[in-house]
Unconditional design. Sequence first.
Length: 277
Amino acid sequence: MVTSIIFSKNRACQLDLLLSSIEKNFQDTDEIFVIYKHTDDLFQKAYDLLVEKFSKNEQIKFVLESDFQEDTVKACSEAKNSYLAFFVDDDIVYRDVSINKLLDGAFTENMSCISLRLGDNTVVQDCYTGQPCIIPDIHNVIEKDGGVLFVWNWISLGGRHTNFGYPFSVDGHVYPKEDIIPIIQQYEYDTPNAFEGRFDKNWLKPDMCCLKTSSVVNTPLNLVGSSQNRAGEQFGISLEELNNNYVEGFRISLEDMDFSNIRGCHQELPITFKRGE
């Protein structure tokens, strides 16, 4: 089984969507740490509502961030499972995924991670420019109990800008706990962006793998912090508007979202609201 570590800031509404999608589509995770942060009372109110909503799910442990690095290392160290998956709050597990039977067979001496955000459908590198993704050559296929993983060497891509050459991601990558914990204590970081961005991928083993079709997509409808990433250019909605909707009792409807044409790891999708808990 997999322990999921989720990072969230001022986005209880989108976090609700992610948690709902995990409950529906990622049954291989039986422990979830949510490390969250809010910057004012109204954002806190939304998180209070969310914590109450998911209080019956004993698998979820909410951690109010005090020191991002210490909280992250602690959650990873206390995880009961041998494998860790990282997510941020604007991710969605958009289709049913099962990797539990594949875990032990996948992590050979050369395997760095299983990517849930990659597949043969993720051919677009940049959802705003339409830049195509550089696709690697598959050098091995792992089959077990009806599951299939496709393996490539990310180092062979020669540092070219492609999601298939990016082994450390907080958008649904799965790692052995024993590999990650020593690494994440070697460098300094204070946000999810720094956690990912300052990670030296050369610390990781040379192979990556994924299922035939991706199961996680990041939907960048807005930004938090000082990130320079593009977001919200097609279906954008502000943190404040989403938070107000959540406090007023509206939830993003997972069932009404259209995932029929996921073409990349990052893709804006329109959302609709429903009355919720």
